[in-house]
Ligand binder design. Structure first.
Ligand SMILES: Cc1cc2nc3c(=O)[nH]c(=O)nc-3n(C[C@H](O)[C@H](O)[C@H](O)COP(=O)(O)O)c2cc1C
Length: 199
C-alpha cells in the first residue's frame, strides 16, 4: 500500500496508473524504486528504496538523513529514480531534485512503523561501519529494556524525502526492439511537454 495524495498532472497520473497495475498484478515489491545520487567528486551511487506516497508534489520515501545518500543529497539535491517491472515490461525513469518532507509527515510515518523498526531507526547509523550485527541487535534490545515504549519519538536523522520530478520517461517494451518511449519535461513555464523518443 502507498499513500496517494492529490494527483492532477499528467506524468503523475501515468506513474500512478502503472503503480496500480503493478500492485493489482500482485508483483513483489511493486513499489520498489532505485534512486541515484552523486557525491562531492561526482561519483554516482544508487540503491533501492520503497515508494511510500505519490502526489503532484512528488515521490516520497523514508530513510536516514545521515546515510550515504542523505549526505550526498545534502550536498547535491539532484537525483534520478528508476522503476522496472519485468512482468509489465515497463520502466519509468524520473529526474529531479529532493527536499525533506514536513516534520509532521515524517512523524506520522515514523509513528506508523512497528516498534522494533522505530527503535532500529533510532539506533542504526545507516551506512556507517559497525563491529557486528550482534552488537546492533544488543543495542536495540538494550534500548527497549531502558526506555518506555510511549517515549519513543522520531529522531531528527530519520524522515521522509520527496523526489520532485522535472523529467519523467515511460518505457514500454515492444516486439522487434520497437520499444515505446514517452518523455515528459517540465518547462520553465511549469507546464509539462511530452515527446516520443527513439528506442
Ligand atoms: C527492495 C529494497 C527496498 C529498500 N527500501 C529502503 C527504504 O525504503 N529506505 C531505506 O533507507 N533503505 C531501503 N533499502 C536499503 C537501501 O537499498 C540501502 O541499503 C540503504 O538505504 C543505505 O543506502 P546508502 O548507504 O546509499 O545511503 C531497501 C533495499 C531493498 C533491496
Amino acid at each position: 500500500m502507498i499513500e496517494k495524495g492529490k494527483i492532477s498532472q499528467e506524468p503523475f497520473i501515468e506513474i500512478l496508473k502503472t503503480l496500480e497495475e503493478a500492485e493489482s498484478s500482485n508483483l513483489v515489491d511493486w513499489n520498489a524504486m532505485n534512486i541515484a545520487s552523486v557525491d562531492q567528486s561526482n561519483q554516482p551511487s544508487s540503491r533501492m528504496v520503497l515508494l511510500k506516497k505519490i502526489s503532484d508534489e512528488g515521490l516520497v520515501f523514508y530513510t536516514n538523513y545521515n546515510s550515504r545518500k542523505g549526505k550526498e543529497i545534502k550536498l547535491n539535491p539532484k537525483v534520478a529514480v528508476n522503476f522496472w517491472w519485468r512482468e509489465l515490461k515497463k520502466q519509468i525513469r524520473v529526474e529531479g531534485h529532493i527536499e525533506k518532507a514536513s516534520k509532521e509527515d515524517s512523524d506520522n510515518y515514523f509513528n506508523s512503523r512497528p516498534l522494533k523498526s522505530r527503535v532500529s531507526a533510532i539506533i542504526s547509523n545507516q551506512s556507517s561501519i559497525i563491529p557486528s550485527y550482534e552488537d546492533l541487535t544488543k543495542q536495540i534490545d538494550n534500548y527497549l529494556d531502558h526506555n518506555d515504549k510511549s517515549s519513543i519519538k522520531r529522531p531528527d536523522h530519520c524522515g521522509l524525502y520527496i523526489v520532485i520530478p522535472n523529467a519523467v520517461e515511460f518505457w514500454q517494451e515492444q516486439d522487434n526492439r520497437t520499444h515505446e518511449r514517452l518523455k515528459y519535461i517540465l518547462e520553465d513555464s511549469q507546464k509539462w511537454s511530452s515527446h516520443l523518443l527513439s528506442p
